[in-house]
Ligand binder design. Structure first.
Ligand code: IMP
Length: 432
């Protein structure tokens, strides 16, 4: 059974949660392969409306094993409150496995994340403040704490004594008054071990046996390629690999097994945080799109920056990410907008640039748009490709061309069921 990876093809918030929730109805294992509680996956299903940050989006299928993979950084408090919400809404307690090699987000990571980003002033990244960057820094610096270490509080105490000397020095650099308390860290560790100790396991045998028995496995990405640590708009990126290349190592599966890469593409652009977003719309045009799309950050509540679809960035994401199919989300948000626009080049210092440049060159890049006719009809009730207005079909075909892969799902509303599934026969064969 080929392994499927679901990844974001833009700046994050493309609607991966909805797509994974939908696909998870038919899979045996969902594994989050990177990132942490900075993710904000909105899910609307028969249990209600949820914002998942750490919990894999397979949480609502009682038969699915939800793995929090080795490539992630785990916020145990956030995880506990999400599980509480899911169970309170009537779903069964998700089957959960947390990799013993996943890194732990400690209280000092969150504080340092906020202090550092604030200190950057105009150059700030606008992080989610969830401690993601500092936790990954410690991982690379080999001073991080893995989930498998939580059970030995005594060994951790010794390690933390050493770590906190350094962390207090760093905190003092940013704010003289911040001091981290060893007791507070140890209390957190003990609480997390008590609540999650049983779920912290070696994931290799679990995924290995799923592969051996032909189980269906879905690897859930976080954020989008434009926020990837290596390939995104550095330094305005997150601290992990967001696309399928990171899925193999983050989950602990041989990359050759990942044969199906679903790119989630929002029908327009949205981003939170700072850094270049060439197609961003300002003023009433942007406000209208933001309100229609209800574009407010799931994790931070910040109003998202919004704009037209960026075809230059999408082609670049496709070249890096190698998609096999595309799930377009929020098509209905463009209903009634005429014309619709897609950037196909940028003007940078009097030159026309058609391929995505080095991020440092994006300052002042002006998008060059192609215009496509919009549609006045509502797509919200459409249940098949044929029920979509022909101009919406044309727009989708153009997305498929830019993403270099056929479209297999189209979101026309928030709920799981408001998704058009395109059979292989009907697939928009842009590259066939
Ligand atoms: P961090 O991942 O919190 O370090 O933030 C790094 C960048 O990624 C910032 O621009 C954030 O706004 C952005 N970011 C992080 N998580 C998300 C998300 O779930 N959706 C959209 N943007 C995000």
């Amino acid at each position: 059974m080929p392994v499927t990876a679901v990844v974001g093809a833009q700046w994050g918030d493309e609607g991966k949660g909805k797509i994974v929730d939908l696909l998870a109805q038919q899979v045996d294992v969902v594994c989050r392969f990177g990132g942490g509680s900075n993710a904000g996956h909105t899910i609307v299903n028969e249990f209600g409306f949820f914002k998942l940050h750490s919990l894999p989006s397979g949480a609502f299928n009682p038969n699915t094993i939800n793995v929090i993979g080795t490539g992630t950084v785990v916020d145990f408090d956030s995880l506990a409150s999400e599980i509480h919400e899911v169970v309170k809404a009537g779903a069964t307690h998700p089957k959960l496995v947390i990799s013993d090699r996943a890194h732990v987000i400690m209280p000092y990571h969150k504080t340092l994340d906020r202090l550092k980003d604030e200190s950057l002033g105009k150059r700030r990244i606008g992080t989610t403040g969830q401690g993601i960057g500092p936790a990954y820094v410690d991982k690379v610096d080999r001073t991080g704490i893995q989930a498998g270490e939580l059970e030995d509080v005594r060994a951790l105490e010794e390690k933390l004594r050493f770590i906190l000397v350094e962390k207090n020095g760093t905190a003092q650099h940013y704010s003289g008054s911040t001091r981290f308390n060893l007791r507070e860290s140890l209390e957190s560790v003990a609480r997390w071990h008590e609540a999650f100790g049983l779920f912290i396991q070696d994931t290799i045998p679990i995924l290995g046996s799923a592969v051996a028995t032909g189980s269906r496995i879905l690897l859930e990405g976080q954020l989008g390629i434009m926020r990837d640590l290596d390939w995104g708009t550095y330094p305005f990126v997150t601290s992990s690999t967001t696309f399928a290349a990171g899925a193999g190592s983050g989950a602990g599966l041989p990359p050759r097994l990942i044969k199906d890469v679903v790119a989630v593409v929002k029908a327009y652009t949205s981003a939170v945080g700072t850094g270049p977003v060439p197609t961003e719309l300002f003023g009433p045009e942007g406000d209208k799109l933001r309100e229609k799309g209800i574009e407010y950050g799931t994790t931070t509540g910040r109003p998202r920056r919004v704009g037209w679809l960026d075809g230059v960035a999408l082609q670049y994401a496709a070249a890096v990410g190698g998609f096999t199919r595309v799930a377009v989300t929020k098509l209905d948000v463009l209903d009634g907008i005429d014309p619709v626009k897609i950037a196909t080049a940028y003007r940078i210092r009097d030159r026309t640039v058609e391929s995505f440049p080095h991020p440092s060159k994006l300052e002042g890049a002006e998008p060059i748009y192609e215009e496509l006719p919009g549609w006045t009809e509502s797509t919200a009730r459409a249940e098949s490709w044929d029920e979509l207005p022909s101009n919406a079909q044309r727009y989708l075909e153009r997305i498929a061309e830019l993403a270099n892969a056929p479209i297999s799902m189209i979101g026309v509303g928030q709920a799981r069921k408001e998704t058009i599934l395109i059979s292989e026969r009907e697939t928009v064969a842009a590259t066939a």
